[in-house]
Design a binder for this molecule. Structure first.
Ligand code: PLP
Length: 488
């Protein structure tokens, strides 16, 4: 199987899943049916969501067992519950694999998701860097004593600390200091954008902003920026203004693990703290982790119970398996293919008249500006979905259509690369996408204006595209040979 870097054959994996579904069925058959149906749906979709992937059966099977039953607050060898010897083995191995894989001095593998990993990192920096006099305002000696305070008191007590991150419409993430996330309440936030002409990060502008704003935390990392980032330059900026550099590599951790991003583009040697998810380009279970320099290790290890619920031992075990997979040479081949495929997709789209933000890509994602087709991101997303192509709409820099309708579509190559797609298949995918965009027209509002939501697809286009997509997918089956032995 393409996403199974193990020696176990598909028949054995099929037997394992059939048995699991039989057991589940005996209690709640509708759940077993939904699990089966999800495999059918995933197999049939041309998945271009940049944040999704397909984990290997080894990773998936590692999560379905009794490790889940154990409480294990604390850290390896220092637990608040008895009987954690096996969880210690699991967490110790996951952290060791993470340290080796990324060359990091310290790894904390308990975060349940990427957002959790960021919260752990933020509290760690506050705990480590904020001076006691600031806390005394609220009668506290340590950041951890402040959990009860109201947010304005808390923020004030913390000395009205500042965070500088990439703006949302340039591709930053909500957790980098924006209002809908708690980071926007914890910090006084300001953002840096991209150059309006090129769409590229302008390091001189980031530096000027950092000099003026003097943040405690400089955040780097993104959800929708189609280029690599020079982390050595970001560290230089952080050092110049006395900031702590946190890099959120949730999206591109697989490219770091696979040594596609090295030198100045590898965040690990340059950042004070690195946060990540495990389930995007890294192809592990859903989850998060934090890597950091030794000075932040103790504070990071206090993530649970400061901002996290009890560790999930079964998921930490799956993280260990995924990190072990990513240490194999085949993962580096995969990561390079993710990048080569993104370049093929970008070139295929450009050749067919689609405008790309920054004009291309040098990571796993491509951001399309669909306004030249007279469409909003929302219309394009829906039309593509009708045609069997799963994407998500996304704001583009200075988006005239706002964050809800948007003007962009974000595409990513990690999932289809896991299915074995290469540059030729991604070029064909580009042809299908460009065809759908060209064959979609905006609809009218009830008052006769141009709608931002309604649209019409040319006759037969959705069906034609669906069957072309099905052909591509049939040539690269997901989990080939995995047979659940049931109709879904
Ligand atoms: N950080 C970045 C850059 C992301 O893109 C995302 C998710 O899309 C997250 C954090 C949050 O990850 P999770 O959904 O696992 O909390």
């Amino acid at each position: 199987m393409t996403v199974t870097p193990t020696a176990v054959d598909a028949g054995t994996v099929s037997t394992a899943y059939r048995a699991a579904l039989d057991v589940i069925s005996s209690v709640e058959p509708r759940i077993a049916d939904a699990i089966g149906a999800e495999l059918t749906d995933q197999r049939a979709s041309l998945k271009l969501i940049a944040s999704e992937n397909y984990a290997s059966p080894a990773v998936l099977l590692t999560m379905g067992n009794w490790l889940s039953d154990k409480y294990a607050e604390g850290t390896v060898g220092h637990r608040f519950y008895a009987g954690c010897q096996n969880v210690d083995t699991v967490e110790g191995l996951a952290a060791e694999h993470a340290r080796e894989l990324f060359g990091a001095p310290h790894a904390y593998v308990q975060p349940h998701s990427g957002i959790d990993a960021n919260l752990v990192a933020f509290w760690a920096v506050l705990a480590q860097r904020v001076e006691a006099p600031a806390l005394a305002v609220a009668g506290a000696r340590h950041v951890n004593d402040l959990a009860e305070a109201d947010w304005s008191t808390l923020r004030h007590a913390l000395g009205d600390q500042r965070m500088l991150g990439m703006s949302l419409d340039a591709g930053g993430h909500l957790t980098h200091g924006f209002r809908p996330n708690i980071s926007g309440k914890m910090f006084d936030q300001s953002s840096y954008g991209t150059d309006p002409e090129t769409g590229l990060l302008d390091y001189a502008a980031v530096r000027a902003k950092a000099r003026e704003f003097r943040p405690l935390i400089l955040m780097a990392g993104y959800s929708a920026y189609p280029r690599r980032v020079d982390f050595a330059a970001m560290r230089e900026i952080a050092d110049e203004v006395g900031a702590t550099l946190i890099v959120d590599m949730a999206h591109f951790a697989g490219l770091v693990a696979g040594k596609v991003f090295t030198g100045d583009f590898d965040p690990v040697p340059h950042a004070h703290v690195v946060t990540s998810t495990t389930h995007k380009s890294l192809r592990g279970p859903r989850g998060g982790f934090v890597l950091c320099q030794p000075e932040f290790a103790d504070a990071v290890d206090r993530g649970c119970p400061m901002v996290l619920g009890g560790p999930l031992p079964h998921v930490m075990a799956a993280k260990a398996v995924a990190f072990a997979e990513a240490r194999r040479p085949s993962f580096a081949t995969y990561a390079q293919a993710v990048l080569d495929n993104a370049v093929a997709l970008a070139e295929g789209l450009t050749r067919r008249g689609v405008r790309l933000v920054t004009g291309g890509t040098d990571n796993h994602l491509v951001l399309l500006d669909v306004t030249s087709f007279g469409l909003t991101g929302r219309q394009a997303e829906s039309a593509l979905l009708d045609a069997g192509i799963v994407t998500n709409r996304n704001a583009v820099p200075a988006d005239p259509n706002g964050a809800w309708y948007t003007s962009g579509i974000r595409l990513g190559t990690p999932a289809l690369t896991s299915r074995g797609f290469g540059p030729a298949e991604f070029d064909r995918t580009a042809e299908l996408i460009a065809g759908v965009l060209a064959g979609t027209s905006p609809g009218a509002t009830s008052s006769g204006g141009v709608s931002k939501a309604h649209y019409t697809l040319a006759d037969g286009l959705a069906d034609r595209t669906r069957s072309a997509a099905a052909e591509l997918l049939a040539a690269h089956p997901l989990y080939p040979g995995l047979d659940l032995g049931r109709d879904t």
